[in-house]
Design a protein around this ligand. Structure first.
Ligand code: NZQ
Ligand code: ZN
Length: 404
């Protein structure tokens, strides 16, 4: 196991009816900006519950900013950042999924990047863009934020990262800062019952691939992380099928919600090499073709595993054995290559069973899509991906070709 520090200060408040805890969790005298997405939070009554809880104690002043898109848009977020400065907001409350939470983290970070000599404290678009280009690494102050999670998928509710999309620049870029760990996140699994099936399945797949990015590399004898990761994968396989068969089952929803949070709260990634090739190439697919985040991952992951099967061989065999119970000692003894291929095919079948694409063709793309993706990867300096840092543009091209 490699050296590591693990720090996660996010208070998780889990369970039905827990939104009312906001009356204690948000400071009594805060100037709060509730941020939300395209309307689901209003439609489902979640926003009303939030408003009511915030009005219960104390003396809070509450403002609202709606319209944060899936794959949150830079320009929209800067409008929210201007609102933060206009009203001297000191607490952001994100009500939604990864997009709203990520977007609110970005707002929390960039609202201090105002134009020079500007009395109304408008945020500088250039400074904010430069900050995103450098992953927000150099920002040393942020507004406090909390989250009410309505879709289990990204882990944003318990981590310090986010991804922001800039459509005009065709760029979807990640950022990270210890300043944007939420102060708390409320996880009420009943809130996920209103999700369309497509979003439920996207969430299961996103969480699955988060685990794979941190697990399917090479062994460093990290037994806790490996066993934990394998358990999360097995739960997602089981509960993915269960939620498809019985979407109203709240116990299933609870397990999916907590699993997705655990998949990317830093724990299983401590002290182990991590990959993230699937995600970085996937971001380009979203920004060029507006494919849902999770669906880019299910298209690419099987090809990443096939293309890199030599360097990932030990872990692929471990994955086959411990997650898919493919027994190398059985009578019908298979060689390593066929064990690995069987595990990858099982992974594809799992994605398919959730209604997710496993090839570019499934999303109506052909080889003409590949050159522009490679160009964008180069423009965004995604030229040394993977746990060994040697997935260059040629490797990414081969991965995409395998995904046709
Ligand atoms: O916008 P509204 O109307 O709210 O509708 C949303 C949206 O259309 C809807 N929705 C959310 N909760 C609902 C609901 N509909 C009915 N009932 C509910 N309870 O679901 C749609 C998708 O929402 P979104 O927030 O976009 O989904 P998700 O949580 O999958 O977030 C995806 C974003 O997170 C980023 C992705 O790149 C993408 O931009 N990621 C963030 C990560 C992180 N911070 O660590 C890691 C991930 O790898 C991921 O990259
Ligand atoms: Zn993801």
């Amino acid at each position: 196991m490699n050296n590591f520090q693990y720090y996660n200060p996010v208070r998780i408040v889990f369970g039905e009816g827990q939104i009312e805890q906001l009356s204690d969790l948000v400071p009594n005298d805060a100037k709060v900006l509730i941020t939300y997405g395209g309307g689901s939070a209003e439609r489902t009554g979640t926003l009303d519950e939030v408003r009511k809880a915030l009005a219960t104690n104390g003396n809070r002043e509450v403002f609202e900013f709606g319209g944060i898109e899936p794959n949150p848009e830079f320009n929209t977020l800067l409008k929210a950042a201007d609102m933060v400065n206009e009203h001297n907001i000191d607490f952001l409350l994100a009500v939604g999924g990864g997009s709203v939470i990520d977007g609110s983290k970005f707002v929390a970070l960039v609202s201090s990047l105002t134009e020079d000599d500007n009395a109304d404290r408008t945020v500088s678009r250039e400074k904010a863009w430069d900050a995103l280009l450098s992953g927000c690494a150099n920002i040393d102050t942020a507004i406090d934020l909390g989250a009410v999670l309505t879709i289990p998928a990204t882990g944003s509710e318990m981590n310090n990262g986010g991804v922001v999309n800039h459509s005009e620049r065709q760029a979807k870029l990640p950022f990270r800062s210890p300043l944007v760990f939420p102060k708390f996140s409320i996880l009420d699994p009943t809130k996920t019952l209103t999700l369309p099936e497509r979003q439920v399945m996207n969430g299961v797949a996103d969480a699955f691939v988060h685990v794979m990015e941190q697990y399917l590399t090479y062994p460093v004898n990290a037994k806790v992380q490996d066993a934990f990761a394998e358990s999360l994968l097995k739960i997602l396989i089981e509960e993915g099928a269960a939620v498809k068969a019985d979407p109203e089952n709240l116990e299933t929803r609870k397990n999916i919600m907590w699993t997705a949070t655990m998949a990317l709260n830093g724990l299983i990634g401590t002290g182990v090499p991590q990959d993230w090739t699937t995600h970085m190439v996937g971001h380009e697919l979203t920004s060029l073709h507006s494919i849902d985040h999770a669906r880019t991952l299910t298209i690419l992951l099987p090809s990443v595993l096939r293309e890199l099967k030599e360097s990932k061989k030990d872990k692929l065999l471990q994955y086959a054995r411990n997650v898919w119970a493919i027994d190398s000692n059985s009578d019908t003894k298979q060689d390593d290559d066929s064990i690995i291929e069987t595990a990858i095919v099982k992974t594809e079948n799992f994605f398919r069973s959730l209604g997710l694409p496993v090839s570019l063709a499934d999303e109506k793309l052909d080889e003409s899509a590949i050159d522009p993706i490679i160009k964008q990867l180069e423009a965004h300096n995604m030229v040394k991906l993977g746990e060994h840092g040697n997935n260059d543009l040629e490797v990414s091209r081969r991965i995409l070709e395998r995904s046709l």
